[in-house]
Design a protein around this ligand. Structure first.
Ligand code: ATP
Length: 238
């Protein structure tokens, strides 16, 4: 397992946001956490990035205990997050935003860095066209692409994606999920948090359903998308 999460509990004051969450992500796969608003999806990702303190439980990455590691150390180890609501730097250009994603890399003048930038531009040609444009003046979909591209510039082994389809038109949603598939095929392990359960289950090797802070079901994407109770609760009953 590349990522192992064991008995994770995270609080906001007295509120238990997640309770006893246990799951693993195999290297090379796509895993997804699905659930309704407030189920604890974002809290789980923020905790994996080191932005929330763990009350109990453990997180291991590539066999190393990172339960209390600061965010920058996790980035250096290979965990990178594309946050919910995009979170680009609006006054900076596309290129500058991508460069921020590579902030901790020491090879920013190298051919490897250039190759990673080209890889992002291959995945998102729209970003190449707009490389000198201020991020804040781009459309929601373009900013979403930029947030994913920025996370990729850290050269992650594990990419954490928080609601990449949020607020996007249906055609663009399809495109984002196709690109997530390509990123995975190029060798990056993906943990995807989504309210768009249908799309997420279609892409995921493994899936976990979060309800009020607890994992209530786990299985393969295919298994869960074919399950009647999952269909009724998360897939609009079809
Ligand atoms: P959404 O899809 O709506 O973002 P989510 O599944 O990502 O939902 P979280 O944002 O992780 O859910 O929230 C889990 C629980 O923690 C919710 O009950 C929420 O109200 C609470 N919570 C989240 N952030 C805070 C905060 N900063 N302070 C207090 N409670 C919070």
């Amino acid at each position: 397992m590349l990522l192992e999460v064991e008995g994770l509990c995270v609080n906001y004051g007295h509120i238990e946001a997640i309770r006893d969450v246990t799951f693993g992500v195999e290297e090379g796969t796509v895993a997804t956490l699905i659930g309704a608003n407030g189920a604890g999806k974002t809290t789980t990702l923020k905790t994996l990035s080191g932005l929330r303190k763990v009350r109990a439980g453990a997180v291991r990455f590539d066999g190393k205990d990172i339960t209390h590691a600061p965010p920058y150390q996790r980035v250096l180890l290979g965990i990178s997050q594309s946050p919910e609501g995009r979170g680009c730097f609006p006054g900076m250009t596309v290129l500058e935003n991508l460069d921020m994603g590579a902030f901790l890399r020491k090879d920013r003048k190298s051919a490897a860095y250039r190759a990673d930038l080209d890889r992002v531009f291959d995945l998102f040609p729209r970003l190449k066209e707009r490389e000198r444009q201020a991020a804040g003046s781009m459309s929601g979909g373009e900013q979403q692409m930029l947030a994913i591209g920025r996370a990729l510039m850290a050269k992650p082994r594990l990419l954490l994606l928080d609601e990449p389809s949020m607020g996007l038109a249906p055609k663009l949603i399809q495109q984002i999920f196709t690109i997530i598939g390509e990123i995975n095929q190029q060798g990056t392990t993906v943990l995807l948090v989504e309210q768009n359960a249908a799309q997420a289950l279609k892409r995921a090797d493994t899936a976990h359903i979060l309800e009020t802070g607890e994992i209530v079901r786990s299985g393969s994407g295919r298994e869960l998308s074919g399950d009647d109770s999952v269909k009724a609760a998360y897939l609009g009953g079809d």
